[in-house]
Structures are given as C-alpha cells and as structure tokens.
Design a binder for this molecule. Sequence first.
Ligand code: HEM
Length: 584
Amino acid sequence: MDSNRILTHAAQAIASCNNAITALAFAIIAFILYYTYEFRKNSDLHKIPGPYLFALTKWRLALEDWRGTRTMCLRNLHEQYGPAVRVGPTEVSFASQDALRTIYGAGSGFERTSFYRMFDVYGRQNLFTFGPARQHAERKKALAHAYSKTTVLHPEATATPLIQKNVRSYLALIESQRNDDNDKTRGHEIFHSLHWFSLDSITGFLYGDRFGGTHALQQSHHSCDQDRRLLDDILDPARRRLSWFAVHLPKYTRWLYTRTGLLEKVVQILRLLPMDKPSTYTAIRAHALKSWYSFEESLTTDSTEIQPISERDLSTSQSIMGRLYQHNLSSQIKTGSLRTSSCLMDGLDMASELADHLLAGIDTTSDAIMFAIWALSRPEQAHYQARLLDEVAAMSDANGEIDQHGNPTADASDKLPFLAAVIKETLRLYAPLPATEPRMRTSSKGALIDGWRIPAETVVGMDPYTMHRNPEIFREPLVFRPDRWLAGQGSETDDEHATMRRWFWAFSSGGRMCIGMHLAMAEMTMLLAAIYRKYTTRLHFKQQNASPGITSRFEVFCDETMPNITEHECWVHFDPIENVNKAA
Ligand code: HEM
C-alpha cells in the first residue's frame, strides 16, 4: 500500500471517528434537552423545592429505597427544603398540618396509589388495597363495628378473653424459660416471642379457635412448632429486597415468581429471584386460605345450601370471619343476589380480606410492644419503668381491676395514664409503619396543598417518621420521654399538647385510618400491664449499646441514636418483682 492510500484511509478513519463523536455529542444534548423539557414541562411541580436529580428521575428515590435509607433521606430533605419537597418527576413529599388535612382528611378525594396493590391477596383487592373511596367505604362499613373500641373491650366478646388467655400464655412462657435456664445469664429474646403473641391474638380474633386460631405461645400444643414456622418467611431479611422489586419492577417481579417447569428452574439457577421461594407471606396466606376453606366446608357439610353459622358455635360467629360471612349473607338475602354489587363478596373476597388483616396485625403490634419493653429496660430510663411499676402495682382487686387469674383487666389496663403515655411515646419514636403513605388524586382536577398547586396524577405523601421528629412540635424529638404526653407533668403547655396530639400519626388518619387500632391497643396495654405487675426488666448484655431493628417495607428501623443494631432480635431479662424486693 503506498503512502497516499494510507493517508487517505487515515483521513477517512478520523472523519468517521469525528462523525461518531459529533453524533454522540448530539445524542447527549438531545437527551439533556428532552429531560430538561420533561422536568420543566409541569410548571406547577417545577416550583416546588427539592434536589434536581430527584425531580429528574424516579430512580434517584428508588436508589434510596434500595439502600434502605428512604425515610431518613426524606426527613433530611424536609429539614433542608421545608415542608414540601419534590422527590420525583411526579412525586411530592409533605410534612405539615395543612397537607395532612388536605390529603388524608375524610372525603379528600385522594386515594391509595397502585403501590398498595402488592398487598392484594389471592388476586383480590381488600380494605388495604382499594383505591376508590366508595368501594373502600362499603367494605369498611361491614367491618367497623367488629373493630370498635366497645366491641374489643367488651368482657364477653372475642377480643378480651382471647387476649387475656394469650397474656397468660406469654407469662407462662417467660416463667418456663426462666425455670429451664440453668444459665441465668441467658436472658429472653422477645422479638420472636412477641410475634407469637400477636400471631395467636390476631388469628384467634379473625378465625376463632376452631378454624385458624394458632397456638405459637403454647409449647405443649401439638401445632406450636408449625404455627411458629408460619412466621419464617416474614422474618427473612430478603423480604426487603423483594419489596423493592415488587414496587419498582412489578411486572418483572410477577413474571419471575409465576414461572413454572424449566423456566422456573432457570430463574432459580441464575439466582434471579429477589427472595428465594417461599417468598414473604406465603405461609401466612396459605394458612389464611386453609382456615377460610375449612370454615366454608363446615357450612355446607349437612346440606348443599350454605347455612347461617350455628348459634352454638359462638367463637366462630363472633370472629371477624363469622361476622363478615353473616354480614354478606344478610346483604345477599336483602338484594337477592350472590355477587352483583361491589359490597357483596364471594369466598375469595372474604378470604383475601381476612388474610390482609392477619398480615397487618402481626409485625405492627409485636414490634411496638418490643420497643416499649426495650425502651423501659434501658438503664437511663429506669425511672420511667419504676413509675410504670408503681402504676400497675396500685391496681386493685377490690376495684375490679384484676381478673381471676391475677392479671389486669382490659378495661382497667386501658385507663392507666402513664402506660398510655409510654405506648404513645413508643409509637411516636418507633412507629411500626414509619414510611410514606402514598396517595393520588385521579380526577382531572388537581389540588392546592399547603399553598402548592399539585396536578392530578401526582403522587403525594407524608410519613410518620418525619412528622414525629419535628423539633418545633416535639422538644428533644429523639429522646424517649413519655411524660411529654401527660398534661401538667412535662414542660409542655396545654397548647403544645394539643399540637403534639395533632401531629401524632402512628395509625394514620381520616377514612383510611388503621381499623385494627383498638385491637392493637388492647393487646399492648393488657400485656404490658401484666408483665410489669410481675416483673422488672433490664437489658441483656447482647443489647448493650444496641437498638433492636425491625423491618418495614425496604428498610430496617431502629433507635437512630444507638451505635449498633440487633436486627430481628431483642434480648432482655425478666426479674420477678418479689426477688427484686428481697434483694433490695
Ligand atoms: C401498633 C399497631 C398498628 C399500627 C401502628 C398500625 C398502623 C397502621 C397505619 C399507619 C395504617 C395506614 C397505612 C397506609 O395508609 O399506608 C394502617 C392501616 C390498616 N391497619 Fe393497622 N396498625 C396496627 C395494627 C393493626 C392491627 C392489629 C390490624 C388488624 C386487623 C390492622 C389492620 C389494618 C388495616 C386493615 C388497615 C387498612 C385500613 C383502611 O384502609 O381502611 N392494623 N395501620
């Protein structure tokens, strides 16, 4: 090849290289212009403060989700940018009372977003996942009475005797572990045992003893081990990764988990599943479905016609399953139809509803009780434990405050002011569901929230974590101080108390507020009152300088002031009060 030809080739190569660089440069500029246009297109959202990258792409917030730092990040962004922050191209986070009323107030027109559809069960929607207010309101009407405070605290209805029984089983479990242990330094791991307590309570309440009530607390019961294993897939930390995939890549995740045969094997070999099968909630959902089918079967054994529940089976007729079934049956009789209106349910609708309550009622309540015991057991908070011990010790048999087994009654436990303050402070600082509750208005009308014009289809949300740590509302927000809730006892004025109560948001608010709140409160008050009448608690050495950690969605939550975390574990000692008194 002569030198001219070489030069010509070289010139051509350089020219084509230049063309490629020019094309790339154009592509980058076009990309930036496109995104800048997209970013600015919505001039209303564009005015809301927030970091540029978050507004540019939803994957920036998804990265925080992946790292498990979403809620902490939102709180920091609110500290930096104020009560309204744009956290995605079409997502805004709020932290103000005006926003709370506008978004979550009854009849606000804001609905739960598609985010909640990952909680559909057996392919059916339920109270938790319904978007439209009308559908949701009809279902809530069918259930509200059974969850009311009057029903929950009624001494002869299902909840109270059931929780009393579970409290006794819990105390018996503490005692048996204490007696079994030759090594008195071993201590008690309460994260798991409190899950057993809440599992037995919610299954008994929903299904009754005959059809699905569990016995995880009763070591001598034949189903104890099997019932405890129902929780295995909930307590697996891989559940957080699965939540991330389910939220951010829902179609892909559904595809992965519905493969069968050879493809299923390929998916497994390539380790594509975010969480190995059985994935979260598999065991609980299977248990819930089995309970429903055995109940349904019992209704049709004697006849081909479905019958009302027999009067003699009181525990079943008073369970949520029995009540829901009766309610549906009477609606069917009234309308003469099996499932023509959205308020009527078929078997799977009812099974889905019950399964969802089962899932909602386990971690929440047990995590809250665990944090209360952990907080009271810390040496720096010994004076709060002493105050609670005094309060429960003063309960008297003569006033009917103690039941025949020597434990505080439901009604009396509900009326203890200091215990109520301990629980409220626990739920403030360690809310079991601390993350964003996303909502959206789908009607073409947007909304004015806290002075900002928000177009329809924008995801808006608030989170208890940020609300509960606002230093302008809660003095020393990271400090566990139950007496802040007691009028005339902390340094807060009456006005400050009223403001704090408005900012307390552990159970949400408005039409979508937690339906299980009174049940959860009864479980918490009765168990804590009974424990502190018999025992003092102190931290085990494994818990020194370590906060227990709980899972909620993609994140682990703990006491952020502690240097270490014990994830899904919490170790304490229970010392019988008479021993403590003798030693003193
Ligand atoms: C300390 C315990 C509990 C806490 C802190 C709690 C908190 C909450 C919160 C914050 C919500 C709203 C979530 C959202 O919109 O994203 C909620 C809803 C709900 N909770 Fe609870 N919960 C607790 C216990 C329970 C229990 C024991 C049940 C048992 C049935 C339950 C059943 C539900 C249901 C069915 C909903 C949906 C209500 C609706 O949409 O109308 N929760 N809960």
